[in-house]
Design a protein around this ligand. Structure first.
Ligand SMILES: [Mg+2]
Length: 208
């Protein structure tokens, strides 16, 4: 059984202070000084230890692999770049289990389930779509997922609060506990496909 966690970062591995990012540069110096001690180490928009620990717990309990669906993937587009990031954040086992990064359909300001589609596409491209031996969940504070994902794969994290214990519990419930024959490593097969935009935001997938 392969288990996959599609991981978002902002709003999941960081909490309230992340939202400062949007208006931080408009604050006065005095207010910045007052707020600074409450920000996570390293300033704003970082991964926070307490949330990273919960991700670590989740990976240890389920034995799941991680695929990055966060916009952080544009800054760190290779799975191997995520090892040091997660390890430093406080998730050493999770750090070794990043196996992929979702592609980008790049549509903004639409009502399409963009991230959901990107995730579905990754599953298709790696032979994991609707397979009996694959279980997956999505950890995200956004909710642009497909209806099917919302029904049985989606753990909706509240962006201002980050990953909480109840989410870990919910996720373990969906993925199931770690089995004895834990997969120590896994290289997802790559199926060559191409997503082509048809009209506006709708896309078609074709085999190459
Ligand atoms: Mg987010």
């Amino acid at each position: 059984m392969k288990k996959i966690i599609f991981l978002d970062v902002d709003g999941v591995l960081n909490g309230r202070p992340h939202f400062l990012e949007y208006w931080w540069w408009h604050l006065t110096k005095d207010i910045k000084k007052k707020l600074w001690p409450y920000l996570p180490t390293g300033g704003i928009n970082n991964m926070e230890f307490r949330y990273a620990r919960r991700l670590e717990q989740l990976v240890r309990r389920t034995g799941a692999f991680i695929v990055i669906s966060s916009t952080w993937r544009h800054t760190y587009p290779r799975p191997r770049q995520w090892g040091p990031l997660l390890e430093l954040a406080g998730a050493p086992m999770a750090a070794h289990r990043v196996v992929g990064i979702t592609g980008s359909l790049g549509a903004f300001h639409t009502f399409e389930p963009v991230r959901g589609n990107e995730i579905e596409l990754w599953l298709q491209d790696h032979g994991c779509y609707q397979k009996d031996d694959v279980k997956y969940i999505i950890l995200d504070d956004d909710s642009d997922m497909t209806e099917e994902q919302k029904e049985s794969h989606f753990v909706h994290v509240k962006g201002s609060m980050g990953l909480r214990r109840k989410h870990v519990k919910e996720a373990v419930g969906l993925l199931g506990k770690r089995e004895k024959d834990l997969l120590r490593s896994w290289q997802p097969e790559v199926i060559a496909r191409k997503a082509i935009f048809v009209e506006g935001d709708t896309y078609e997938v074709t085999d190459l």
